[in-house]
Design a binder for this molecule. Structure first.
Ligand code: PLP
Length: 426
């Protein structure tokens, strides 16, 4: 039997990760990866599905390992965690507390989410992008991650082919595979800002039913220009390709704002999340905007797959739109971090950084330093006490020579990381 884990004050602190002694991060004494599975213990082997045989999400394995090391008291500067070091603004949390007092039951909401919140999201499109949107097109989801499942199921049949451009957010590949969808990967390069263009899609000569774009991108922070976005939207419509635009990092932008694909496409599916700009990571809230003719499919899928998104989280999400000023302050913080690293990392020996126009990531070409990014990261962690994510998650073929650096932590940590790396590499 597992022991229960007591809650400690470290759970309540807004940090990039968890602190020393954090109970939820400590490995359990009975954790043993070599332990036989139940089916094997009984001497029988039952079938496991082929579609669940997906790649491990290495960035999350890494996150867990670093959490455990920090919980044991190791001094590690975290540049691996893809989540804000902040929490939701206090006023939104206070609102949630009020909501619990008013209604301790916190029962299910509509499967598509509370109308109040869906409408608030629709208003956000008017305010932020000048796009009129009927709330009927909005589905509130359990993080954007569950939104991908709904969107892929609503748009594609098993056996359809979806194009990703690498380097890419790895969960797309894994979710697609688990839904029996085929994947085509189209490489992008540093010289073209690690983003696709309509010309690249055309020149690929490949046939596909769907395309996923992410701007600003995880892992590169690179953005698609608005004129190029318009061309990509047109190319997809001309070629009967369903565009899926992941806008998870919108509003975390440093040079110019990101435009939504909804502006240029009537058929695109747009996903967004409360986990990044809105700093509600663990509340697990996201949303999907679909074309009008897909709305009822989203309703039917959401009802049976998830019943309802978490009610309390929806209250916080609704209230958070009143605190955009606080959230913009978080973005100013990330920009400061970006500028510290952009100056400090090349001096420390990491020279080939991506443009980092948005999100909170640099993608670094380390081909001058290693052919084995995972080993390089392990060594960096052991010897310099700095954690980063190896590029393999994002690019299965070229990721041996790349790293992803997250600058969602504190400015002090950014300075310290540069100092440690300078010594280690110097
Ligand atoms: C590009 C991108 N999309 C989607 C997600 C999923 O986020 P969530 O499920 O928290 O909304 C992430 C998380 O890191 C991401 O980087």
């Amino acid at each position: 039997m597992r022991k229960t884990v007591p809650l400690t004050a470290s759970h309540l602190k807004p940090t990039a990760g968890h602190g020393a002694g954090c109970a939820c991060c400590m490995p359990h004494e009975d954790d043993d990866e070599d332990e036989p599975q139940d089916t094997q213990q009984k001497g029988r082997t039952m079938k496991l599905s082929k579609r669940s045989d997906i790649e491990t999400f290495r960035a999350l394995d890494n996150l867990r390992a670093v959490n455990e090391r920090i919980a044991r008291g190791e001094d590690i500067i975290r540049l691996e965690a893809g989540q804000p070091c902040f929490g939701a603004p206090q006023a939104a949390l206070d609102y949630a507390i009020e909501m619990i007092k008013n209604d301790p039951r916190q029962g299910y909401t509509d499967a598509l989410g509370m109308t109040l919140l869906r409408d608030r999201i629709a208003v956000y499109y008017r305010d932020q992008y000048g796009e009129d949107l009927n709330y009927n097109r909005v589905t509130v989801t359990v993080g954007s991650s569950s939104g991908f499942i709904l969107a892929f199921l609503a748009a594609f049949d098993a056996g359809d082919t979806i194009a990703l451009t690498t380097p890419t957010y790895p969960a797309y590949r894994n979710i697609l595979k688990s839904l029996n969808l085929n994947i085509i990967e189209i490489e992008t390069r540093a010289e073209t800002n690690y983003q696709p263009t309509a010309a690249l899609l055309e020149d690929s000569g490949k046939k596909f039913d769907g395309l996923i774009i992410t701007s600003p991108s995880n892992p590169t922070g690179a953005m698609i220009d608005e004129t190029e976005l318009q061309k990509i939207c047109a190319w997809c419509e001309d070629n009967d390709v369903r565009l899926i635009s992941d806008e998870a990092y919108h509003r975390i932008t440093y040079e110019k704002p990101a435009q939504t694909a909804l502006k240029y496409s009537k058929t695109a599916i747009v996903l967004n999340t409360f986990s990044k700009y809105f700093a509600m990571t663990g509340w697990r809230m996201g949303w999907v905007v679909v074309p009008g003719d897909m709305a009822d499919r989203m309703k039917r899928l959401s009802e049976s797959l998830f019943v309802s998104p978490p009610t309390l989280s929806q209250h916080v999400a609704y209230k958070i739109f009143d605190h955009i000023d606080v959230l913009d302050g978080y973005v100013a913080h990330y920009k400061k971090n970006r500028d510290i690293l952009r100056e400090g990392l090349p001096k420390a020996g990491l020279k080939n950084l991506s443009a980092a126009q948005g999100a909170f990531y640099f993608y670094v070409d380390v081909s001058d330093l290693t052919n084995n990014a995972p080993d390089f990261c392990r060594q960096m962690l052991d010897e310099a006490g700095v954690s980063m994510t190896a590029g393999l998650d994002f690019d299965l073929t070229r990721g041996h020579q790349t790293l992803r650096i997250s600058y969602a932590g504190t400015p002090e940590d950014m300075h310290e990381a540069c100092a440690r790396l300078g010594k280690w590499l110097g």
